[in-house]
Design a protein around this ligand. Structure first.
Ligand SMILES: [Zn+2]
Length: 317
């Protein structure tokens, strides 16, 4: 029999689904985070699923909500924690990249700091109360309000080899074509890996658009992962052939101004190929952009407005 599943004041016994909110005081701001605890009637592993680490990546949020609302604890082997909107203040503010209280990207603050700024406190709470409980972790993302992307799944490639091998295996099982190895510090899955927990970060949808196919890509992946972990009986949807990319190279703007990309997401580019430019308001080119490696364009920022330091696009190879 699965042991009780708990988070804060909420708890679910074996065979129970419990929905509630976790009330946190994040650096002085009262925050209510929706939580689903789904404790299966049958024994199995513990899977943590988060969405809304970035509050305007709606396909990820909706995929997490749909799973949590529909998963039947009577048929479940193991335990599932679902937090569909981690960064509630960012969701409410329709914020791009950042937690409004401190202006920081939450997905660069893990494992966080209980005495730090708002996003560091939130990261710390999530790491040690949610992720640490899990045997496996899936953190759902997409393009933010200003980003178009082709779906891809990020896996952890630095740190413990055995954990990373399991992370790559989970990424393959999730079944999106492009798999991207990450060495980004401070991400959710890097914190999971440091605790010995394999994690993946699938991305689908973007620009505030959350069409059914964007959501289905993530729902099918979650279904495949849960079947692979023998948490669900029956068969999962067929997976796509996967391509592992060990490079994920981002271009950033050196200037404030206007951004004119010349490629689309999914385009194949060769190193040195012109991919866009940043200009001033008089039309002068301030920065000419070339493909940093040969590969696939995985995301493109789609706002004309661009600021110094902002991401512009990324190529996976
Ligand atoms: Zn994101």
């Amino acid at each position: 029999m699965n042991k009780e599943l708990k988070l804060g004041d909420l708890s679910a016994q074996a065979g129970e689904r419990v929905y509630g909110t976790q009330e946190l005081n994040i650096d002085g701001t009262a925050t209510k985070i929706p939580v689903f605890l789904i404790n299966g009637a049958h024994d199995g592993p513990t899977l943590a699923i988060t969405g809304g680490i970035h509050g305007a990546e709606y396909a990820s949020i909706e995929a997490a909500l749909r799973l949590a609302q529909s998963l039947d604890p009577a048929k479940l082997h193991g335990r599932v924690l679902v937090l569909p909107i981690v960064s509630m203040q960012a969701y409410k503010a329709r914020s791009i990249y950042i937690v409004p209280m401190d202006g920081k990207n939450l997905n660069r603050q893990f494992p966080g700091d209980a005495e730090g700024s708002a996003s560091e406190q939130l990261a710390h709470w999530l790491t040690f109360n949610v992720i640490k409980q899990a045997d496996y972790y899936v953190d759902l993302h997409g393009g933010d309000l200003n980003e178009a992307l082709v779906p891809f799944t990020v896996f952890q490639k630095v740190g413990d080899d055995a954990t990373n091998a399991k992370s790559l295996e989970l990424a393959r099982v999730f079944g999106i074509k492009y798999l991207v190895g990450s060495d980004v510090k401070g991400s959710t899955i890097s914190a999971a890996a440091a605790l010995g927990i394999p994690g993946i970060l699938p991305e689908s949808g973007g620009q505030g658009i959350w069409e059914p196919h964007h959501i289905q890509t993530l729902s099918d992946g979650l279904d495949r992962v849960m079947h692979h972990l023998e948490m669900l009986e029956g068969t999962a949807p067929a997976a796509n052939e996967t391509v592992v990319m060990n490079q994920f190279v981002w271009l950033r703007s050196d200037h404030d101004g206007c951004y004119y990309p010349e490629v689309h997401v999914g385009d194949m580019v060769t190193v040195g190929q012109p991919v866009g430019r940043v200009a001033d308001f008089e039309g002068n080119t301030l920065q000419s952009l070339q493909a940093p490696v040969s590969g696939a364009v995985l995301f493109v920022v789609t706002t004309m407005a661009i600021n110094q330091g902002d991401p512009l696009l990324a190529v996976g190879a």
